[in-house]
Design a binder for this molecule. Structure first.
Ligand code: ADP
Ligand code: ZN
Length: 744
């Protein structure tokens, strides 16, 4: 496809533009322009010029009244594979192709727009007037040939104006810096580990998949601490030996820091890093480097799936069960599922790694669609933690406290032994609900149906749905009483208060995603945990995700029942996964770990499975329930969220969609169950419209229509037909399609 089209005769290019439009537009190609499919071009669109990608070129004179391609960009073209992937994702998610293209093609243009990197170097004599800040700046410059202004300001802990004044006086000089290296040579044989027998078997199987140079999917299932990373690193090493590329997806940016260091220990250098925190300039260079084959390994967030690898051999989805792989806004896609598609298109070995795989991947493995590798034991003979329940009906903490007597004892023992304890509570902020003791007033978000959560560090009430934030008032806004506002229930901040009261001498640390300081601060805190300068960690779900805490011997789960009864069909699976992950943090390196799980319902199947360790039974019961209900992976689901400024207009439109579906002519690829009747197994059924789980977000009323389809039906075809015949969306009504929804 890289063959350039003949410049003789008129040509028409079909150009896809990165906006919410599905079809490509036709443009005449000027005779003198050398153009091929995949090239990036500038084209007129309406009254402006825009960037687009050539999706097709045909010879023909059809172009007399067409607009003309303005220019071709000097950027590597989109490969045939990536174009197929864009088309595939758009078809599957029912998104306009332009929106999917946008996810692939934003990065390379950042470099064109950005200014060169400016650095500073020591030029002149000491300044005449010295201040403490200036002393720090000059000390921070020592030994460095050039640093950027922001780096220097950070190192010297001063404002950039101090640096500006030193430049004005000639002590420092601004110079153009060479581009930052995005990725250096990864050496597959830099420091190979000594693998244990199970690990070696797993690694050999994965290496064989890479050697075969074909598409495959392998579920790498291994208990926490079994060394899955070391095992899939061998597949990455094999890709590097072949001179080909590897992608490692991670659910959480916060995870990448530790991971990058670990990668560097194995391969000599860090891989290219890809997520929203990476500078646009660096992203542009990674993008180009991948398209040209110079960059070999990327570790990144789900968006890395849309990068222009030109020879992808291995695609790892680490912690494949994580719901963070689902993108909910814009193009709603599940990165794990789309990774399998990308692997198929690129003929790569896909590796799904997890200690607690999704039911979907488990079923795929059982039915033979995926290969299944297991690591049953922890590396180095480390034992899995013992897990016990604390029955809160009998052993509840005193009123206004959340740590039960057995957990208090256990934490005390861990501290006495010089070990760390982790208290897990998946609730950010101080208290999940604040109310007035005098009149019962509750603080609700003005834009959403959700309670405001008090955050004491920020002295604010915050909406976790839309980010709305307000000061904590002195008076109750309803009855005007002073000092009657009462927090209800615990968040991590409140738990930290209790910890401080119980163990005033212990060094406690809250790990929560909403704390200021971002990834860099989190990284420092994780280091602090790893090197033992903290005794008690209080954490939200952030701590459940793959971090290694070598000194941790005790995990206390404050409220295991959070999330078990929220009506989501995945509630049991999710809770099981998160509890299994978080209790698995204990005792990873030699120490015998222990976990105490506080619960009001110790006989619940999830808690029982966790305590007994009978994972297989849990999986088979959950799988059976899904099978009976026709839920994924045995059937397919799509959610249509219809939203509007008022409830009536959203509901009217949702009902119109249902009528449109029932008015569709018969189709061999699907059958719709009759209204009111019990759906047959082979029929698509429509559920709702009903209020969405969060009925109002950002002032928009939301109704949900669930579409359940047997696997044999063409769900996307049905949705397209239904949406095409529905009346146009009027009066600000919007329909968002979510194929394979994760949140109910
Ligand atoms: P998992 O991802 O399965 O929970 P990790 O890959 O994080 O487990 O491994 C757990 C710990 O054991 C890590 O600190 C890792 O460095 C160590 N480890 C695992 N396998 C080996 C090995 N073969 N040689 C040396 N260290 C290993
Ligand atoms: Zn809100």
């Amino acid at each position: 496809m890289s063959e350039r089209t003949s410049r003789k005769g008129p040509r028409v290019a079909e150009v896809l533009v990165p906006v919410a439009i599905d079809q490509a537009y036709s443009y005449r190609v000027p005779d003198e322009l050398d153009l091929a499919v995949g090239d990036f071009v500038e084209v007129p669109l309406g009254t402006r010029q825009t960037v687009g990608a050539v999706w097709d070129i045909a010879a023909g004179a059809r172009g007399s009244n067409l607009k003309t391609v303005t220019a071709r960009f000097d950027i590597p073209p989109l490969s045939e594979n990536l174009r197929s992937f864009v088309d595939w994702v758009a078809r599957w998610t029912l998104s306009p192709r332009g929106m999917v293209l946008r996810m692939c093609a934003r990065a390379p243009f950042a470099a064109v727009e950005e200014r060169p990197r400016i650095g500073l170097r020591r030029a002149g004599p000491e300044p005449k007037r010295m201040t403490p800040a200036r002393v720090r700046v000059l000390a921070a410059m020592e030994g460095d040939l050039a640093v950027t202004k922001s780096e220097l300001a950070e190192r010297a802990a001063c404002s950039t104006s101090v640096i500006d004044s030193l430049v004005d006086e000639g002590t420092l000089e601004a110079v153009a810096l060479p581009p930052e290296p995005v990725a250096e040579f990864c050496d597959p044989d830099f420091a190979p580990p000594q693998l244990e027998a199970d690990q070696a078997r797993g690694a050999a199987a994965l290496v064989a998949e890479v050697e075969s140079r074909g598409f495959s999917v392998t579920l790498l299932e291994g208990v926490t601490g079994s060394g899955k990373t070391e095992v899939y690193f061998e597949a990455v090493a094999e890709a590097l030996r072949q001179g080909r590329q590897a992608l490692i997806l991670m659910p959480e940016i916060a995870l990448t820091a530790q991971f990058l260091d670990r990668f560097a220990k194995r391969f000599g250098v860090r891989p290219a890093e890809w997520h929203s925190g990476v500078s646009p300039r660096k992203r542009a260079r990674i993008w180009t480097g991948l398209a040209q084959g110079a960059v070999k390994v990327v570790a990144g967030a789900r968006s890395a799936l849309f990068l222009p690898f030109n020879d992808l051999a291995v695609l790892v989805v680490d912690e494949e069960h994580e719901s963070a792989y689902k993108q909910d806004d814009g193009v709603s896609y599940h990165a794990r599922d789309m990774a399998v598609v990308r692997g198929q298109i690129d003929k790569a070995a896909v590796i799904l790694a997890s200690a607690t795989p999704s039911i979907e991947s488990r079923v795929n493995a059982e039915q033979g669609r995926y290969k299944h590798l297991r690591l049953a034991a922890r590396f180095g003979g480390a034992k899995l933690p013992t897990i016990a329940a604390v029955d809160l009906r009998w052993q509840s903490p005193p009123r206004g406290n959340w740590i039960s007597p057995p957990l208090v004892t256990a934490v005390g023992e861990a501290l006495a032994a010089g070990e760390q304890a982790l208290l897990f509570l998946n609730r950010r902020g101080y208290a999940p609900l604040t109310l007035c003791r005098a009149c019962g007033h509750r603080f609700q978000c003005p834009n959403c149906t959700s309670w405001l959560v008090e955050h004491r560090f920020r002295r604010a009430l915050v909406c976790h749905q839309c980010g709305h934030i307000e000061r904590v008032p002195q008076h109750c806004p309803e009855c005007d009483n002073v000092d009657t506002l009462t927090p209800c229930g615990p968040g991590v901040e409140r738990l930290a208060e209790e910890v401080a009261k119980l163990w005033p001498d212990a060094r406690a640390l809250i790990l929560s995603s909403d704390f200021p300081g971002g990834t860099e601060r989190l990284r420092q805190e994780l280091d602090a945990v790893a090197n033992g300068s903290c005794d008690i960690i209080i954490g939200t779900q952030l701590v459940a995700k793959g971090h290694n805490f070598p000194l941790l011997s005790l995990v206390g789960v404050i409220d295991a029942d959070v999330g078990l009864s929220n009506g989501d069909p995945r509630a049991a699976e999710r809770t099981f996964q998160i509890l299994q992950q978080v209790t698995g943090r204990a005792g990873r390196l030699g120490r015998l770990g222990r976990a105490l799980v506080q619960t009001w319902q110790p006989e619940h199947p999830v808690i029982r499975a966790l305590i007994s360790g009978d994972v297989e039974r849990f999986y088979s019961e959950e799988t059976e329930q899904r099978r009976r209900a026709g839920l994924p992976p045995f059937g397919r689901l799509a959610a249509l969220i219809v939203s509007g400024k008022d409830r009536a207009s959203a509901e009217n439109h949702a009902r119109a969609l249902v009528r449109a579906a029932h008015a569709l002519p018969p189709n061999p690829k699907w059958r719709l169950a009759a209204l009111g009747g019990l759906p047959h197994e082979e029929e698509i059924s429509l559920l709702g419209p009903a209020e969405a789980p969060i009925a109002i977000i950002r002032g928009r009323h939301r109704l949900r229509l669930l579409v359940r389809a047997p696997k044999s039906a063409d769900l996307q075809g049905f949705l397209r037909a239904m949406l095409a015949t529905a009346p146009p969306e009027r009066g600000g009504v919007r329909v968002a399609v979510d194929v394979d929804p994760q949140n109910f």
